[in-house]
Design a protein around this ligand. Structure first.
Ligand SMILES: [Zn+2]
Length: 176
């Protein structure tokens, strides 16, 4: 399932516009700039999200945007430049569901390798609702709480499918 490390789509240096060359740098072929030394490290993009279980049901959102528009996922999103993963998780939850949460402990960390935009590193926390009104927003068209029987078939990303499996396996009985 894990994709090969792709060579990124940059052809020219984003700093000085010189044509990049493939050079072995720290154990891998990477696009580097012969003029200014820029290295296209091409790392996965960090993302954070929250597992909210309320009355034995897991909070999920339905995607309103591509990729995987119409599929369900755990509320999550990419970390902004100056944000901590915890801040990102709380913000994304608020944007996508209207809910305020108290962040709990770290649940797990996953590699996302099936998002056409980028590979991702997904950091998932537990969270508990402390306020707000459930209203879908940002890239969420709907939100819903699912019991284990009700978890939808169409889940957007493999990492989210794995996280839900892990939740049920490692916290048996957490979902009704
Ligand atoms: Zn350059």
């Amino acid at each position: 399932m894990r994709t090969k490390d792709p060579i990124s789509s940059f052809n020219n240096c984003p700093i000085c516009t010189t044509k990049l060359t493939l050079t072995k740098h720290n154990h891998r072929q990477r696009k580097t700039c012969p003029a200014c030394g820029f290295v296209d490290w091409h790392n996965p993009a960090p993302a954070a999200g929250v597992l909210v279980v309320n009355d034995g049901k897991l909070l999920m959102v339905k995607r309103s945007d591509e990729p995987r528009r119409g599929d369900w996922c755990i509320p999550a999103g990419f970390i902004e430049w100056d944000e901590s993963p915890q801040e990102c998780a709380v913000r994304e939850l608020k944007e996508e569901t209207g809910l305020d949460i108290a962040l709990g402990k770290l649940f797990n960390v996953y590699c996302g390798v099936d998002d056409p935009r980028t590979n991702a590193l997904l950091i998932l926390y537990f969270g508990e609702i402390i306020g707000g009104n459930p209203t879908p927003g940002d890239d969420a068209a709907e939100l819903a709480f699912f019991s284990r029987e009700e978890i939808p078939e169409n889940i957007a990303f493999a990492a989210h499918i794995q996280a839900i499996k892990d939740l049920q396996q490692n916290y048996p009985g957490v979902l009704k």
